[in-house]
Structure formats: structure tokens, C-alpha cells
Design a protein around this ligand. Structure first.
Ligand code: BDR
Ligand code: CA
Length: 313
């Protein structure tokens, strides 16, 4: 069983992913850490606490994380995708529970040091908390079992802009630091999440059970479905955040390749693009490859058996 921390910005697909993680029984979930992203940090934290209530798992700690990227300020999120409340405008009353006093990056450090080489950090939002943890205690990069993240688009167009995927674009500098650290990283980006289509009919089948969490996620998901219909002209959604748990449960459904990755952190049209270097980046004579030299190889998911992932879900 994987020991994990889920770093998240719920978010409708984050909520469904978290539900999937708990329901699978495949994970020992040490805590949820929240980050700004789809909506503000206050709202993502409220949503994480409420989700745990609905899952009847409110003993799991929630630790509140970054309100803003490493540089600059939170840009307002994507209420047109996730609703003003990040949960499809379902406007549920807040949980009676509160986040613990330890901030997210410190909770991550504490747990990594407590369980050296055992812990998988699952990241479903901008990578700010992970970067802050790395900056505060660089030695954690040698003590984490694996970082598995939803983000990036190394071999395909972006979704937030033609260049960039949303989680990476929200904090490109944090992403570049996380992808440059010496911990094993698996990247589950749009190359595979856009090949994993959760059709409306699959969703209806999955949500037949009228449990409190299913009722909530179902109504939130209807809002999310509407966005995909308008933006992508599909009757369903791509499976972003839940794909991370699918990968951890069934890595054999995914094809991976290993390359060093840099993130474009400069302002402009390319901001947030994840660039793999598919050649030999250690060639001395290629001056242009310098930004990739000495960077660790990232395990990039490049293909997926999408139907099998949906079946698992
Ligand atoms: C990612 O962006 C967010 O809107 C989703 O929750 C997901 O983590 C997809 O690009
Ligand atoms: Ca997310």
C-alpha cells in the first residue's frame, strides 16, 4: 500500500480524484495539503475539509498551503471551469473542522522525515508547496520515494494556453524547481490525460450509488461536464487528476519515457511550457542544450490504455 500525501487545489476533478483514492483502498493517506489554483487557497482548503466530511474521513489532517505562486500573485483561478466555490457552485456549508496549524510545506517536510523513503507525494495542483518544502529542507529530495504529479504537456499543446498546462502555468518557477530536484518524478500530463476520456455514460454508471460523496461529486461534475462540452466539444471530460492514482495502482497501463525537463518561466507566449530534452543533453558541443545539462531525468507518461483506466475508475 502506498503511503501518500495529496497536494491539491479542489477543484472538481481533484474532488473526484480524492474520492477515487480513498475508495480504492490502495493508499494510506497521511494528509491533504492545499494550494491555490482552481480557486483561492481559502476555498481549496474549505473544499478539502468538506470532502473529508463527505467521505467520513475527517480524521485525516488538512494542512493549508500557498496562497500565491513563488513569484507574483494568484491570478483568480478558473471559476468558469470549477465554479466560484471550486465545486460547481454547489455551495455546500463549510466543515466544522479546521486545517492544522502547520503550513503545508512544513507538514510535507515533517512527514517525509518521519517516513524516509516511504512517502509518495501526489501533486494535483500548482507545485508551490513542494518547491517551498524543497527550499526549506533540500535534503527531502533524497528521502521521498517518488513525486507523482498531474501537470505538463511535454509532447502536446497546452490547455490553459497553446503552450502550457494549467497547473504548471500557475507557478512555472515552482515546477522548474520540482522537476530539477534529485527525487524520482513521474509526470502525468496532457499527453495521457487527454487520451483518457470519461464519457458521460461512464460517469453516470460510476455515480449510481447515492452516497453523500457521490451525490456531491455528481452535482459538481455536471458543471465540469458543461465546460468540456463548450470548450472541447466532447460529451465527457478528460481524466486529469484521477489519472495520478490510476498510474500508481496500474503503472502497466502507461507507457513512459525518461528525459530531463525544463519549464519556460519567462513572461510571454511560451510561459509554462514543459520542454523535454529528447537528445543527449550532455553533449559538450551543444551550447544550446545547457539549460538541460545535469538535470535529472523525469519519468514522463507518453501513452496510456485509456479505456482500462476508466474501467478501473
Ligand atoms: C489541471 O488543472 C486543474 O484545473 C485541474 O484540477 C487539473 O489539476 C488540468 O490541467
Ligand atoms: Ca487539480
Amino acid at each position: 500500500m502506498h503511503k501518500i500525501i495529496i497536494d491539491t487545489d479542489p477543484g472538481i476533478d481533484d474532488s473526484m480524484a480524492i474520492q477515487f483514492a480513498f475508495a480504492s483502498g490502495a493508499f494510506e493517506i497521511l494528509g491533504l495539503t492545499t494550494v491555490f489554483g482552481n480557486v483561492s487557497i481559502d476555498i481549496t482548503t474549505t473544499n478539502a475539509l468538506r470532502l473529508l466530511d463527505l467521505l467520513d474521513r475527517s480524521e485525516v489532517p488538512v494542512s493549508k498551503g500557498a496562497a500565491n505562486p513563488l513569484e507574483g500573485v494568484f491570478g483568480g483561478g478558473v471559476p468558469f471551469i470549477h465554479g466560484d466555490d471550486g465545486q460547481g457552485n454547489t455551495n455546500k456549508p463549510p466543515s466544522k473542522n479546521k486545517a492544522i496549524s502547520l503550513p503545508a510545506h512544513e507538514f510535507i517536510i515533517e512527514q517525509v522525515m518521519k517516513f524516509p523513503n516511504e512517502l509518495v507525494l501526489v501533486a494535483l495542483g500548482p507545485l508551490t508547496n513542494l518547491a517551498l518544502a524543497l527550499r526549506q529542507k533540500p535534503e527531502i529530495q533524497h528521502k521521498v520515494k517518488e513525486v507523482v504529479l498531474m501537470g505538463g504537456n511535454p509532447f502536446c499543446p497546452g490547455n490553459a494556453t497553446p503552450a502550457a498546462e494549467a497547473n504548471i502555468l500557475s507557478d512555472p518557477l515552482a515546477a522548474d524547481e520540482v522537476l530539477g530536484a534529485e527525487w524520482p518524478v513521474t509526470m502525468i500530463g496532457l499527453d495521457v490525460t487527454h487520451r483518457t476520456l470519461l464519457r458521460r455514460s461512464d460517469f453516470d454508471e460510476i455515480t449510481q450509488n447515492p452516497s453523500p460523496i457521490n451525490k456531491h461529486v455528481t452535482s459538481a461534475y455536471l458543471f465540469y461536464l458543461d465546460f468540456f462540452k463548450r470548450a472541447n466539444k466532447i460529451e465527457g471530460t478528460y481524466l486529469h487528476d484521477a489519472s495520478v492514482f490510476a498510474y500508481l495502482m496500474r503503472p502497466d497501463y502507461y507507457t513512459t519515457e525518461n528525459y530531463p525537463v525544463r519549464v519556460a518561466t519567462h513572461e510571454g507566449v511560451g510561459r509554462g511550457k514543459t520542454w523535454p530534452s529528447v537528445g543527449d543533453t550532455d553533449q559538450e558541443e551543444r551550447e544550446a542544450l545547457k539549460p538541460w545539462k545535469g538535470r535529472p531525468k523525469i519519468n514522463i507518461c507518453v501513452d496510456v490504455e485509456g479505456e482500462k483506466v476508466i474501467e478501473l475508475l
